[in-house]
Write a protein that binds this ligand. Structure first.
Ligand SMILES: Cc1ncc(COP(=O)(O)O)c(C=O)c1O
Length: 387
């Protein structure tokens, strides 16, 4: 089909003629030097100077007062939800279109994801339909907001900044303050993205990051909780380090907790990567400009661009197929992958996965539509020379 070839040609025009992965880490700054220094020091495990430095560098970069580094983004979100007060058999509002970890972290607390719709302007959780939905299905009681249909407490909400594009947090905060729902932001994909001049993850009670190998900054595997609440940061550190009370030799643990620490070795990689984040963001923004230009006159597919008031990291570049061409999405994926350009569809809707099929869900017209039309295309910063 003509338009499918044209999509592949336009991506090729931007990325060149070789095999192109979806996203590769760029490790040619101080990564080797810091990891070597870490090995030479002998401090390769969960205590060490790179852990402390990565935490303070992350706080400085994101503008949060505190950062606690953790073994991965999923466990960071699990702990963040526990700290937000989520308990067994509560419900947590989650966008239907997100990576599976957003919902898994809810279940790891014994709570239930309650899926709500996304919106086309941000790709993230939609605040306006959420407000009217909550007015229909919920009731305020002494100990919180309750879902009248399930009888369960709605204990938190997890907006996720899809592919680095910030959720409309101003509108969302209006709804959550009306209903008294704590916000925990899943900012796994949005390190380097800003909303109205503030780094994403600074609106809610706390937020979580991921440093998985495919993220804009990687520690091999890793995550973090960032927050402006000192007590919460202290609890996060305590809970993720086996709840051991500080003592030179005694082993006294004061609650059941986790070993979710980030090893110093991984933090060393993180420090070197974070030094280069602005150059990664700039390269990805330049890549977005080039893709946008290449697709400017195409009706069948458009590049999803940042909206006013945001500065987006363009973690994964996103093509949206027109509604008329959604049915050909898999052919686009087949043709591009066959020609050596790695592309992938957005996730399956979470409420359609076997373990989440019976969870509560609001009407999801936009999430259902977007799920059929989104294709991610090569996004590595190295696609721009000099990185
Ligand atoms: C939106 C979202 N949430 C959570 C995670 C989980 O992070 P991790 O893979 O580090 O556990 C990821 C990425 O992997 C993600 O994209």
């Amino acid at each position: 089909m003509l338009f499918i070839d044209s999509i592949v040609d336009r991506i090729r025009y931007v990325v060149g003629s070789e095999r192109v992965p979806l996203h590769e880490p760029s490790l040619n700054g101080n990564e080797l030097a810091y990891v070597t220094e870490c090995i030479q020091s002998g401090w390769v495990s969960s205590v060490g100077s790179f852990v402390d430095r990565f935490e303070s560098d992350l706080a400085a970069y994101t503008g949060a007062s505190h950062a606690v580094v953790i073994s991965n983004g999923t466990s960071a979100l699990q702990v963040a939800l526990q700290l937000a007060g989520v308990k067994r058999d509560d419900e947590v509002l989650v966008p239907a279109l997100s990576f599976v970890a957003t919902a898994n972290a809810v279940r790891h607390n014994g709570a239930w994801p309650h899926f709500v719709d996304n919106e086309t302007s941000t790709l993230g959780l939609a605040p306006l339909p959420l407000g009217s939905y909550l007015s229909e299905i919920s009731e305020q009681r002494d100990d919180g907001l309750y879902n009248l249909r399930t009888g369960r407490r709605i204990a938190a909400i997890v907006p996720m900044h899809t592919f680095g594009h910030p959720v409309d947090m101003r509108e969302l905060s209006k709804v959550t303050s009306l209903y008294g729902i704590p916000i925990v932001e899943d900012a796994a994909e949005s390190l380097g993205s800003f909303l109205e001049g503030r780094h994403t993850g600074n609106v809610g009670l706390c937020s979580t990051l991921s440093f998985n190998g495919n993220k804009i900054v990687t520690t091999g595997g890793g995550g973090a909780i960032i927050t402006n609440d000192e007590a919460l940061a202290k609890r996060a550190k305590h809970l993720t380090t086996t709840a051991k009370q500080p003592h030179p030799w005694a082993f006294f643990h004061d609650e059941v907790a986790y070993n979710f620490r980030m090893p110093n070795l991984n933090a060393a990689l993180g420090c070197a990567q974070l030094e280069r984040i602005e150059s990664f963001v700039e390269a990805k923004r330049e890549l977005a400009r080039r893709y946008a230009e290449a697709f400017a006159d195409m009706e069948e597919a458009t590049l999803f661009l940042e909206r006013p008031g945001t500065r987006v990291n363009y973690w994964l570049q996103t093509l949206i197929l027109s509604s008329d061409h959604a049915a050909q999405r898999d052919e686009v994926l087949k043709a591009s992958n066959a020609s050596g350009i790695m592309t992938r569809p957005i996730w399956e809707l979470l409420n359609t996965l076997p373990m989440y099929r019976n969870c509560p869900a609001a009407p999801l017209p936009v999430a259902q539509d977007l799920a059929r039309r989104i294709v991610n295309i090569p996004s590595s910063p190295q696609l721009i020379k000099g990185i």
